[in-house]
Design a binder for this molecule. Structure first.
Ligand code: GLC
Length: 481
């Protein structure tokens, strides 16, 4: 099958969050399936352009028409990927070059990704690669199914489009006149993109795609409710007939405690006792916490954003530190209020709390390995990957039972039996508090049972093999085969 995957980020080239990880591993998993030809298209951001590790060649260049604009588009092919995925970068300095700072957040983001989406279709056409399936992701590529059905169907008569929602919070809102000024779509598409007299790109994609997926089963059901859908619950409900949830995997080669080059010691489920203990002690040294193998170390690697449940942690942190013998380590950057809170907390409890307000993949791996307990109280979580990373490294998750957290962390009882971690149902600080205490109590009371739970976590299959097979089933279904 010929598959084109279109996304605004993909590791190891460029990544701001989980979408970037998925775009590293999913294309690769699909390319491993015999008979598949996989092309991945990403924007050629400055950071990639100036990365000395990337060898590229230009395949084509042409202009892309965007409303009244004619914009240059260069198609750059990555030369040194060896897993069968062909990676193409869309080159345009005006949209992706001379920007500083983050990938997203510019005032003209909707125009940038409108250009990108249209350029992807022009690229496939120019290369004569007419895919059976285009899989696209989040609001940035929402215009792919829309352009495909509005003005490219004669060039791609047999191509079906799957649209995947990784996070419904970001929808691609633009003012009403964006439709005429930038998009250049037939007038009858106005309705599909319209929401409260503004343009909502994600809404248009949900209505237009052939198949809609999201990144866990629970999230696919949650999206029907206003609490989770950020205004799109009605639109999702109308599209429910074509909506499926496929829970993400993680890249088990990158995230492998037996081989991870970032770790001071290696281990697997059988040698967890020795290897993980070394990782813990060395981590405590590295982050400046007192070295103590017997104090439970609670960790978090996260964007410091509200929906990650940080308000709950702020609410319980002091009480927890007063009442329990434990250490807390946080790695991440984000909203000022949380950065400030955790900095202050670490000053107040220098022997108990370490806050590393930075982005550091190596340290992240050492935290997954060196921690005992992984906290993830997200308010909502489409899938979540770090709870799986944590389990793969034998760190027991404590999570809010929502979205992918609910699907990947079945609850265990107070003896650590029957599940993979500790979960709480309703989003409030007291339930979170009680759940953390249950986990700490198991650690303090019955270390063998805690160890057995860690081993079980490590033995789970979080690889992409099963999800990739599920994507294939849906692709075949779309194609009517
Ligand atoms: C988004 C979601 C996260 C998910 C990731 C990959 O970042 O917030 O829950 O794991 O996408 O699908």
């Amino acid at each position: 099958m010929k598959i084109a995957i279109v996304a605004s980020e993909g590791a190891p080239y460029i990544k701001s969050g989980g979408l970037g990880d998925v775009m590293e591993a999913l294309p690769s998993a699909l390319a491993r399936i015999p008979g598949n030809e996989v092309v991945l298209i990403l924007p050629y951001y400055n950071k990639i352009k100036h990365d000395p590790n990337r060898k590229v060649e230009q395949l084509k260049y042409f202009n892309v028409q965007l409303g009244w604009r004619e914009q240059y588009c260069g198609v750059m092919k990555l030369c040194d990927r060896d897993d069968g995925v062909q990676v193409l970068f869309i080159d345009n300095d005006y949209y992706f070059g001379n920007r500083t700072g983050a990938i997203y957040g510019d005032g003209d983001d909707c125009e940038r990704y409108a250009f990108f989406s249209k350029a992807c279709l022009d690229t496939l056409d120019a290369l004569g690669f007419y895919p059976d399936v285009i899989q696209c992701n989040d609001w940035q590529t929402a215009l792919v199914p829309i352009y495909l059905s509005a003005s490219y169907h004669h060039r791609f008569p047999y191509t079906k489009c799957m649209y995947t929602i990784h996070n419904i919070e970001y929808q691609g809102w633009a003012p009403g006149n964006f439709f005429d000024d930038v998009l250049g779509l037939p007038w009858h598409f106005r309705n599909r993109l319209d929401m409260n007299n503004s343009v909502n790109l994600m809404k248009g994609a949900i209505e237009t795609c052939h198949m809609l997926t999201t990144v866990s089963q629970t999230y696919s059901r949650e999206l029907m409710y206003p609490y989770y859908a950020h205004g799109l619950d009605g639109v999702i409900a109308n599209a429910a007939w074509k909506l499926t949830g496929i829970t993400n995997g993680i890249d088990c080669n990158t995230f492998n405690p037996e081989t991870d080059p970032n770790l001071p010691a290696h281990y697997n489920a059988d040698t967890l006792g020795e290897g993980k203990a070394v990782c813990k002690v060395r981590l405590q040294e590295e982050v400046g916490l007192p070295v103590d193998p017997d104090t439970p170390l609670m960790v978090m690697v996260t964007r410091l954003a509200g929906h990650k449940g940080l308000d709950l942690l702020c609410y319980i942190a002091r009480r927890l530190l007063w009442e329990e013998k434990c250490q807390l380590l946080i790695l991440g950057t984000g909203e000022y209020q949380y950065e400030h809170f955790f900095r202050e907390l670490s000053e107040e409890f220098p022997d108990r709390v370490a806050a590393k307000i930075t982005f550091n993949l190596g340290l992240a791996a050492r935290i997954y390995a060196g921690g005992d307990i992984y906290l993830m109280p997200s308010k909502s979580e489409p899938c979540g990957l770090s709870q799986m990373n944590a389990m793969r490294y034998g760190t027991v998750p404590v999570v809010h039972a929502t979205g992918g957290l609910k699907d990947t962390v079945p609850p265990c009882d107070e003896n650590g039996e029957g599940g993979l971690g500790f979960t709480f149902q309703s989003y409030n600080g007291d339930d979170f508090y009680a759940t953390v205490k249950r986990c700490l109590s198991l650690y303090n009371r019955d270390r063998d049972a805690f160890r057995a739970l860690q081993e079980r976590d490590m033995r789970q299959d979080f690889s992409w093999d099963k999800p990739a097979a599920r994507y294939m089933e849906l692709f075949h279904q779309m194609l009517g085969k």
